[in-house]
Design a protein around this ligand. Sequence first.
Ligand SMILES: N[C@@H](CCC(=O)N[C@@H](CS)C(=O)NCC(=O)O)C(=O)O
Length: 220
Amino acid sequence: MSDIKVHGVPGSPFLRSVEIALREKGLPYELHAMAPQDTKQPEHLARHPFGRIPAFEHDRFMLYETQAIIRYLDDLLPTPPLTPDNAEARARMNQVIGIIEWYFFPKAAAPIAFNRIIGPRLLGIPGDEAAIADAMPMGRTCFEVLDGILGDKPYLTGDSVSIADIMLAAQLDLFGECAEGRELIEGASNLPPWLKRMKARPSFASTEPPPVLRETALAA
Ligand SMILES: N[C@@H](CCC(=O)N[C@@H](CS)C(=O)NCC(=O)O)C(=O)O
């Protein structure tokens, strides 16, 4: 498989999702690590007009949006599959991806992580406690529904890892280290052992975020 490049800021859960998928597939790739301030530079806007990460290249084919990239990889190299082979499980996978993209990341994880970890601990900007408090009900709803969807299955859609597991585990890893993340995870029954299983996978262990981010999240 020729020339795959991924652009992104190390520590981003969306970038990590793509890297995990590439490693699950055994596909070699080049990581082009960017600094956070580079996402709005013309060079990156040419790859991703919304100025977000990750951005992906396979030879001359360029793509952004994490789920689109992982689905492309799954089509390119169908083994091992990251999409379940029955309609109900596929629908459940798509539902989890939607929950991550529409509710969990923008309305819970991003405001909490920014105001608890990134702003006050990395950028010197005081955290907005009201924004954290406002985001917690959405965090609780997300954890409740995701814990219910997982149930007692090994993975979110059944017996094997799907795109939903990869994207959710990448979101929960660092987030689960700060005070609010710990509270949400500890309140769930099924997600903690599942996250432990996901973290033990070589694809996950080999895409650890920069240590300073974990240390910062743990202290927050
Ligand atoms: N829908 C996008 C979301 C990507 C996203 O929000 N990435 C964040 C990092 S986790 C980002 O680019 N933040 C940088 C910025 O907003 O400047 C995807 O699935 O790839």
